[in-house]
Design a protein around this ligand. Structure first.
Ligand code: XUL
Ligand code: CO
Length: 435
């Protein structure tokens, strides 16, 4: 029986680019084959439970603006109603995946044992709702940043009891993710960082975080969880400085603690911007090390400089992100999670649908543009041409040589490099033909 929350709204269908209807897909056609694969299988869209269903519309200056029938979110009956509405939205959108934090699903009961048992109960309920539906869990994760117990960190907390609480929490969340057939498990270190070095032993905190992540990997293997463990870079907010600053920092961290073959990255568009990078930079950094795992697709407001978690609406940006994803061989077990929330004035159920429909269409358009660039091969040809000198025998031999021999060759052959144009404007014009 329907909850009636989305009353009057019907299943969103693909109508093609000419359609002027507001709630249809103009570009997202899940069955359309792009570069030999269904669009749905390239994009692997997921809805984020927290922003869509748990977030109440508050900001630092004011409280809740949304008044959902499952608020306040403090008992199991309402948690189940929230789940009913969530699955109604998944059906309307036709999304193949969703993601959650433990705290989004279950009411906060104040004790670890009670929270563990309600998490078990609500995830059993989700499992029942997944039966007979074409929907999977892209990833689960633990919210180890909202409650005051986490204020000084989770695995990096100076208090070993908090480390223990974090380990116990992640075990429960990994068990629940495994039970629901999750494709990945994410750790975002929301409080894994510091406010001031005056009270922080950074080296010890990083060692604890590395040990913690090794325990997560060991446990994953012990229970036979075949999904990918992902960490999610973000430079700051809520901590002043977060240890998982950006992709490059995370890769260095994973190598230091021997986790490079085990853990990949969940890259978020808005986090890349906060770190002073473009999204495609972060994707290319991860891809170069074989650590591209999954993406959180949202955008930030470029004027406010804060993590505003808005639905994506910029096709050229999204196209370059998917270009690098396609070049890297795709998202694997990962997907495109909309870690995006409505604006706090967008009160109506239809706003939730519109946010996702627009975002899915922007991504589909971006993917098609990226695929067209790959098929055309113009960027790849330009790269091949730019690095062509390296295919010569002499250039390759130099890499196995040394400074003395190279200097002797430069003198003997009278080598004087001739500067060449990088052709940036020509390449930008090229990209604009596709987006
Ligand atoms: C916070 C953020 C999180 C993670 C999951 O900025 O992105 O929602 O994706 O904890
Ligand atoms: Co995120």
């Amino acid at each position: 029986m329907s909850t009636g929350f989305f009353e009057g709204l019907s299943k969103v269908t693909y109508q093609g680019a000419q359609s002027t209807e507001p709630l249809v897909y103009r570009h997202y056609n899940p069955e359309e084959v792009v570069l030999g694969k269904r669009m749905a299988d390239h994009l692997r869209f997921a809805v984020a439970w927290w922003h869509s269903f748990a977030w109440e519309g508050g900001d630092p200056f004011g409280g809740a603006t949304f008044q959902r029938p499952w608020h306040p979110q403090d008992d199991m009956g309402r948690a189940k109603m929230k789940a009913d509405v969530a699955f109604e939205m998944f059906d309307l959108l036709g999304v193949p995946y969703y993601c959650w934090h433990d705290a989004d699903l279950r009411p906060e009961q104040g004790s670890f044992a009670a929270n563990l048992s309600t998490l078990d109960e609500i995830t059993d309920y989700l499992g029942e709702k997944m039966q007979g539906r074409d929907i999977g869990l892209l990833w689960g994760t633990a919210n180890m940043f909202s409650d005051r117990r986490w204020m000084s960190g989770a695995s990096t907390n100076p208090d070993p009891d908090v480390f223990a609480y974090a380990a116990a929490t992640v075990k429960g969340c990994l068990d629940a993710t495994h039970k629901l057939g999750g494709q990945n498990y994410v750790l975002w270190g929301g409080r894994e960082g510091y406010e001031t070095l005056l009270n922080t032993d950074m080296g010890q905190e990083l060692d604890h975080m590395g040990r913690f992540l090794n325990m997560v990997v060991d446990y994953k293997h012990k229970i036979g969880f075949e999904g990918t463990i992902l960490v999610e870079p973000k430079p700051q907010e809520p901590s002043k400085h977060q240890y998982d600053f950006d992709a490059a920092t995370c890769i260095g961290f994973l190598r230091k603690y021997g986790l490079e073959g085990e853990v990949k990255l969940n890259l978020e568009q808005g986090h890349a911007i906060l770190a002073g990078h473009s999204f495609e930079h972060e994707i290319a950094v991860a891809a170069a090390d074989g650590m591209l795992g999954s993406i959180d697709m949202n955008r930030n407001d470029y004027q406010s400089g804060w993590d505003t978690d808005q639905f994506p609406n910029n096709v050229p940006e999204v196209a370059l992100a998917y270009y690098h994803i396609l070049k890297a061989g795709g998202l694997g077990t990962g997907g495109t999670n909309f870690d995006a929330k409505l604006r706090r004035q967008s009160l109506d159920p239809v706003d939730l649908i519109a946010g996702h429909v627009g975002a899915m269409d922007v991504c589909a358009r971006g993917l098609k543009a990226a695929a067209a660039m790959i098929e055309d091969g113009g960027l790849e040809d330009a790269l091949t041409d730019r690095y062509a000198g390296w295919s010569s025998e002499a250039a390759q031999a130099m890499l196995g040589s040394d400074l003395e021999a190279i200097q002797a060759r430069v003198l003997a052959e009278g080598i004087e490099p001739a500067p060449r144009s990088g052709r940036q404007e020509i390449l930008e014009n090229y990209v604009n033909r596709f987006v």
